[in-house]
Design a protein around this ligand. Structure first.
Ligand code: ADP
Length: 638
């Protein structure tokens, strides 16, 4: 057991003392009531002495009353250890007087002394010293009583027997109190440690809660701040695109790119904001009875263009009506759009996505089933955690932040429903949302606009962003790799898995260079070896083989040993940059970058490349000239 010291010891002593005082007062109550009741025993055992014994009993009880009152007196707090055993001594003194007045050592009342010892040790948390004092004094009282009765030697055997058992009981009491004191100390030490840990835990909890609150507040603030300017950027871009003016191809592509990526960012910010609100409990659903069947059919229609653009078959299955739930239409729209756009995102061209719904006795199931890439079994249990992505590596193929499914789960549970995922790798996935069925009459169709902060235009943009999801529409997927985009003096290979970024770079460079493009690591290598470009714009994060590895392999090959490589990186990751330098990259561009910057760096590197080639040509010419001079010289000598 750990020894108690210092403040802990003082705290233990104070607590023990208080306990002893309380128990002692209970002992007083017992003693002052039970002692007079013993007169019934006197009546049976010593009827002649009953009156005298009653007087003795009353005196002993009166003494106990005094002891009880002293317990309450503030001035006696210093004598508390003595007071705590006083009631025992008062009772035992009374008993000894009765023993002395009756048969001395032969009196059966000595058993009463044992009983008092027992009550004392059971009731009071005494130290072994208290117990020793109490028992020792009692044995002394008993001896005096037997001697006072006269001729103790006549009953020597009985006296010895009684003293023997009395002393033995006293010994047991002392040992028991020592043992119990140890137990109390150990219990106190444990409790003290537990209190300390609880206090530490509580303070860590408070700190953690405060940190979580600050983080949530920060995300909420920053999201708000980002959303406003983004809406103001997207609005005018949208206006320009829909103004009916005849934009030239490059401008139209740039505007389209700005819009697409703005919408992506807007969706991400909205998801983040919604999650933070849900975490804070700050989301109040506007629920009303709604028929999910027409709602889902309309929702699927609204994203059909994505499926068509990607070449994915999008079907619906289920009754036309009668799928009534109590839901917040805006929130449910978020839920199902997330699931459907995910299914479209992770299903390759030619695949199928089926949205089906049916109702059971008291619930409604809505499933989004795809024939896409599937989710590995070991990832499935964690798929609804925020920021969780099956492939979070730098070589991942799909964009996203891992927020969508976390949001789906939160929103569905706000609707008292559940969401479940099943999947088989390379076969497809099925996400099933189960919502409680409602028997309410369906209200007239309304659309909640709780999320709208900047008027109808923002609502419209938020809706478009939601519908767009993270599905990458590869407008030029048939010209993904190795196709020349223009004619010019220098050959450039653009390697990026994001179609928008690739299109942006290719569109800008094709006017002045011959441009090839590739969307992943392996096709980048193929294209580089086939076309031997002068310069390669190489994204760091690529599906298949990442940019660093592509760099290494290019440098190792004869065909591309001298081509210039600019690495495109979205991270301020110094280590990746150093790695890339070691593997032979010539320059970096950190996203986001302006086209002027791209152009300037490309020009610089190409100029350097040209100089290198010139130098090489000169060197070859000089070498040839030298050889000719040497030949002429030899001829002259001949
Ligand atoms: P993200 O924005 O990254 O798509 P989500 O939370 O929507 O975030 O999805 C988390 C991850 O779950 C995805 O990155 C993907 O790995 C996996 N996932 C979600 N839906 C599907 C699906 N239909 N098929 C395959 N994988 C999926």
């Amino acid at each position: 057991m750990k020894e108690l010291t210092g403040d802990t010891l003082s705290a233990y002593q104070a607590e023990d003392q208080a306990k002893r005082r309380r128990s002692s007062m209970i002992g007083c109550w017992l003693a002052m009531t039970l002692m007079p009741l013993g007169t019934a025993l006197d009546y049976m055992v010593y009827p002649d002495l009953q009156a005298r014994f009653l007087a003795i009993r009353l005196i002993a009880s009166a003494l106990v009353v005094v002891v009880y009152l002293l317990h309450k007196a503030r001035s006696c707090q210093d004598f508390m250890p003595a007071l705590n055993i006083s009631w025992v001594l008062a009772i035992n003194a009374g008993l000894c007087v009765m023993i002395g007045a009756s048969e001395g050592a032969a009196s059966p009342y000595y058993a009463g002394l044992n009983l008092v010892f027992l009550a004392m040790i059971l009731l009071m948390p005494l130290t072994w010293i208290d117990a020793l004092v109490c028992c020792g004094v009692t044995v002394l009282f008993y001896l005096v009583a037997c001697i006072a009765h006269g001729d103790p030697l006549s009953n020597l055997g009985i006296l010895f027997n009684n003293l023997y058992f009395l002393s033995l009981t006293a010994l047991v009491c002392c040992i028991a109190s020592a043992y119990l004191t140890g137990m109390r100390k150990a219990e106190f030490a444990l409790r003290h440690e537990l209190d300390n840990s609880n206090r530490d835990l509580a303070s860590s909890n408070d700190k953690l809660a405060e940190l979580v609150r600050l983080r949530a507040q920060f995300i909420a603030n920053i999201s708000h701040e980002l959303r406003t300017p983004l809406t103001l950027i997207l609005g005018p871009v949208d206006d320009l695109l829909t103004s009916g003016r005849n934009w030239d191809r490059t401008t139209a592509e740039s505007l389209g790119l700005a819009r697409e990526n703005g919408l992506r960012l807007l969706k991400l910010i909205n998801d983040l904001l919604e999650l933070v609100r849900l975490e804070d409990g700050g989301v109040r659903l506007e629920r009303q009875a709604m028929d999910l069947a027409p709602f889902l059919a309309a929702l699927v229609d609204s994203v059909r263009y994505l499926a068509d653009a990607k070449g994915v078959h999008l079907h619906t299955e289920g009754p036309d009506q009668g799928l009534v739930v109590r839901g917040d239409s805006a929130r449910l729209e978020k839920v199902f759009l997330n699931l459907i756009t995910n299914a479209l995102k992770f299903t390759p061209t030619g695949g199928t996505v089926t949205v089906s719904w049916r109702h059971h006795h008291d619930s409604t199931d809505i499933s989004v089933c795809d024939t896409g890439i599937g989710i590995p079994a070991d990832q499935l249990p964690f798929i609804f955690e925020r920021f969780r992505q099956v492939d979070g590596t730098t070589t991942r193929q799909f964009q996203g932040a891992g927020l969508g499914l976390a949001l789906v789960k939160e929103l569905v549970s706000e609707h008292e429903g559940s969401v479940h995922a099943s999947s088989q790798l390379d076969q497809g996935s099925t996400f099933t949302v189960t919502l409680p069925r409602s028997t309410d009459a369906v209200a007239a169709a309304t659309h909640s606009s709780h999320d709208v902060t900047g008027g109808d235009r923002s609502a419209e943009l938020f809706g478009i962003a939601e519908r767009r999801g993270g599905v990458a529409l590869d407008a030029d997927h048939d010209s993904d790799s190795n196709e020349a985009q223009g004619t010019g003096p220098r050959r450039i290979l653009v390697v990026d898995d994001e179609p928008d970024m690739r299109r942006y770079l290719v569109a800008g460079l094709a006017e002045t260079h011959t441009v090839f493009q590739a969307a992943d690591g392996p096709s980048a290598l193929e294209s580089a070896w086939a076309h031997q470009p002068d310069l390669i714009l190489l994204d760091l994060m690529l599906p298949g083989i990442d940019g660093l590895e592509v760099c290494t392999q290019l440098r190792a090959s004869e065909a591309c040993r001298h081509c210039k490589i600019i690495l495109l990186t979205a991270r301020g990751d110094e280590k990746a940059k150093l790695d890339a330098l070691k593997r032979g990259a010539d320059d970096f561009l950190t996203k986001p970058f302006s086209f002027v910057e791209v152009q300037t760096r490309i020009d610089n590197l190409l100029r350097a490349r040209r100089l290198e080639i010139d130098l090489q040509t000169r060197a070859t010419e000089l070498q040839t000239a030298l050889e000719q001079v040497q030949e002429t010289e030899a001829r002259l000598i001949q």
